[in-house]
Write a protein that binds this ligand. Structure first.
Ligand code: FAD
Ligand code: SF4
Length: 474
């Protein structure tokens, strides 16, 4: 162990998060991080050197006041620490679990930048949240006064839930519409249980319901109700419906049923974890050779799900190298520990099959070119170096674009890529009284950004409704 100076003395510290062994992890879908005890949480929090310039806070999309809640945690004041943590975030225990901290707060931690291991900020944040729920410190939503205005939110993902929390707390009548049968968006059906157990999401949703937020589930806006009906029904509509159109592989041999779509694959497993009865057609990889194409977080979730389902082999095929992959380095490490084989610099070229049955993927070996100054290195195929990977299941995890929004109104302005145009500060769309936030605006992004935008959009909606009321009153 390294020692660091803390309050004038040198202390020996545990440096890393404790994780279950890879062997144990492969047997189930529970979270892999071993939760802190009070003692380990305080020790970890006490590693913060209070460096004076909180780079961690700047690197957090929510600008969480990290040094303050670390200090309070280290001083055995977890309830106060929780209060501070919940000022800036409507779901600290969720972000603490699934933010790619290596690219955010912990990547910027002074200890990390100066060659030590970062304070594992996310783990302390998750611990604080769990303590708060266990000890009844999570405040119920109790608006000071009820307001008559109603807000319809399309999408019960983190952006919609964060906005619902803030708006209901202001006393507005909030109705959240979602086409799924459960609230949570990608928190419930996308992200697997080994990163985020479902009860952690459910207790947040329960708190909103207890606070008076209404959920209309199984309601596909655009089919079951139109946007214009929602605009008639509510004073304001917030669009927070994420991005769900999977990008598809363009390769010879790809037929309609030859590959599996990543989100469907993950949803089926999440439904099993939630106790839903097995349905015909749900994907399962037990005993099969699995190839996952892609290098982002979704691909990492698929390979690690396949390991847990007992796949005979799991290979991740990604066209660039490890340094240039979009997924979190931490997740790649977890996947490698669990037995996933990475074929870096391998671009899918064709799907191989016998009759209707897929038998493998043919890939081109790629190499990186020299980069022009300030540009990313390109990749080109190595001539004559194609290779085949045998497979029984091929999963496509190539990212998502916005779906054509069935409830689209012609005056709703979109960007060329289909995301919704909003005012940079106002979150207002081109339709009066309609706002938008989260992935539907940013494109596929992170939970912490969805929370930030949901909270900011709620503040703007509040301002919009109050100024409008004042204008009417005057
Ligand atoms: P979503 O979470 O997508 O929620 C949108 C909701 O709108 C959904 O519930 C959907 O059912 C509903 N909806 C859509 N259209 C309609 C309609 N027409 N009518 C009614 N309802 C509708 N981010 C991280 O920070 N860490 C991670 O580890 C991580 N892992 C990920 C793993 C996977 C597999 C995926 C796909 C994404 C991951 N992300 C991760 C990204 C993160 O989940 C998203 O950025 C975030 O959920 C976006 O939040 P949102 O509220 O904008 O949208
Ligand atoms: Fe770090 Fe994410 Fe928590 Fe911010 S919200 S402190 S980036 S884990």
């Amino acid at each position: 162990h390294k020692t660091i100076k803390q309050g004038g003395t040198f202390v020996v510290e545990p440096r890393r998060l404790s994780k279950a062994s890879a062997e144990l992890r492969a047997r189930g879908f529970g979270e892999i991080t071993i939760p802190h005890s009070t003692e380990t949480a305080e020790k970890q929090a006490s590693r913060c050197t209070d460096c004076g310039v909180p780079f961690c806070q700047n690197a957090c999309p929510l600008q969480n006041n990290i040094p303050d809640w670390l200090r309070l945690s280290a001083e055995n004041e977890p309830r106060e620490a929780w209060r501070v943590a919940s000022l800036t975030s409507t779901m600290p225990e969720i972000c603490g679990r699934i933010c790619p901290q290596d690219r955010l707060c912990e990547g910027a931690c002074t200890l990390n930048v100066s060659g030590w291991d970062a304070v594992t900020i996310g783990s302390v944040e998750a611990w604080l949240g769990d303590q708060a729920f266990a000890n009844g410190w999570v405040e119920p939503i109790r608006p000071k006064a009820e307001r008559a205005e109603t807000i319809g939110i399309v999408g019960a993902g983190p952006a919609g839930l964060a906005a619902a929390d803030r708006l209901r707390s202001e006393g507005y009548q909030v109705v959240v519409y979602d086409r799924h049968d459960r609230a949570g968006g990608l928190l419930i059906y996308g992200i697997p249980g080994f990163k985020l157990e479902k009860h952690v999401v459910q207790r947040r949703v329960d708190r909103l319901i207890e606070g008076g937020v209404q959920f209309v589930l199984g309601c596909d806006v655009g089919k079951d109700v139109t946007l214009s009906e929602l605009r008639d029904r509510h004073d304001v509509v917030l669009l927070a419906m994420g991005v769900y159109q999977p990008r598809i592989l363009s390769a010879p041999g790809r037929g309609p049923d030859s590959t599996v779509e990543a989100l469907q694959y993950l949803t089926h497993q999440n439904r099993r974890d939630l106790g839903d009865a097995e349905q015909a057609g749900w994907y399962e990889a037990s005993g099969k050779r699995v190839v996952v194409i892609g290098g982002g977080d979704t691909a990492m979730d698929c390979v690690r799900t396949a390991i847990r389902q007992g796949a005979a082999s799991v290979t991740c095929l990604y066209r660039r190298d490890r340094e240039n992959m979009p997924g979190s380095a931490r997740e790649v490490q977890n996947a490698e520990e669990e037995g996933v084989v990475f074929e870096w610099l391998g671009a899918p070229k064709a799907l191989l099959s016998q009759g209707d049955r897929v038998t493998g993927v043919r890939a081109a070996r790629m190499q990186l070119t020299e980069a022009a100054p300030g540009e990313r290195r390109d990749i080109v195929p190595v001539p004559g170096a194609d290779f085949d990977i045998p497979a029984d299941i091929v999963i496509e995890a190539l990212g998502f674009s916005p779906e054509p929004f069935a409830a689209h109104e012609p005056d709703l302005r979109l960007r060329d890529d289909g995301t919704i145009r909003v005012g940079a500060v106002s979150f207002a769309t081109s339709l009066p009284g309609v706002f938008a936030a989260g992935d539907a605006v940013r494109g596929a992004s992170l939970v912490v950004w969805a929370v930030r935008e949901g909270q900011d959009a709620a503040a703007e909606i509040d301002r919009y409704l109050k100024t409008r009321t004042e204008e009417v009153a005057a």
